[in-house]
Design a protein around this ligand. Structure first.
Ligand code: ATP
Ligand code: MG
Length: 219
């Protein structure tokens, strides 16, 4: 089973937005997808509840007593991690996935929080060097702003403890399309292509990375 973890301890960075859009993308492509909402706020669960039955099916799973019940035929498991996660629990989440995607907003507060979290993450050396592939995504960015440039610069220069580059995959703009889609239990891939053309283009590098060996741990 392919497991993709969406994690950033900072609240509101776009975890549920990424998790639901990734789940929908793979479901549209015919994969058996389970979306695991591990956040007590239940945003992904809420999204699944309003998702029209006519759309590509996504199975919902929630954490019960710290364990997830995943249907056996699941091909892709997308985990929407809770905010404010750290310590042993962080290790448990990382241990379940082959790939982690971290969305980060372009604000001084979010960049500082991300830098602090990277410190924690990089202290788990043994776990992250070889066992999980991690990448960042700049989210909800107002393009052509100084903060967008600062975030891109910061993400571009991040290195793993083993000296390798931590890939910064793409920049997703702030767009009402995400909000309108989320409201209806849809992804941007289920809104009219003409309306979401630019957003889909921005997603392309992330989908390519997720579909490639580069997002899987070294053997
Ligand atoms: N690229 C974007 N453009 C516009 N709005 C966005 C974008 N990404 C996320 N949002 C909106 O920002 C809000 C926070 O996003 P989201 O719920 O995905 O973050 P989160 O990391 O899951 O938050 P939490 O830590 O509370 O679980 C939501 O209202 C969402 O619709
Ligand atoms: Mg969330």
């Amino acid at each position: 089973m392919r497991t993709i973890l969406i994690l950033n301890p900072k609240g509101g960075s776009g975890k549920s937005t990424l998790a639901t859009n990734i789940a929908s993308y793979f479901s549209i492509r015919g994969k058996k997808v389970t979306l695991a909402d591990c956040d007590p706020q239940g945003s992904s669960q809420d999204w699944l509840h309003v998702r029209p039955a006519t759309q590509a099916p996504i199975h919902g799973a929630v954490l019960e007593k710290d364990s997830l019940h995943i249907p056996q035929d699941t091909e892709m498991l997308i985990i929407d991690a809770p905010a404010a996660i750290g310590g042993k629990r962080l290790g448990t989440f990382l241990g379940q996935a082959q790939t982690m995607v971290m969305p980060i907003l372009a604000s001084p507060v979010d960049i500082r929080a991300a830098a602090r979290f990277m410190h924690t993450l990089f202290s788990l050396k043994g776990k992250i060097n070889n066992k999980i592939k991690i990448a960042t995504v700049a989210n909800r960015v107002r393009e052509d702003t100084l903060m967008a440039a600062k975030l891109a610069f910061y993400l571009d220069t991040l290195k793993l403890p083993n000296g390798k580059r931590l890939p910064f995959i793409t920049l997703l703009r702030a767009s009402q399309n995400y909000i309108h889609a989320a409201e209806r239990g849809l992804s941007i891939f289920e809104l009219p292509p003409s309306r979401t053309y630019y957003d889909r283009e921005q997603w392309r590098p992330l989908l390519r990375w997720l579909g490639s060996r580069n997002s899987l741990p070294n053997k």
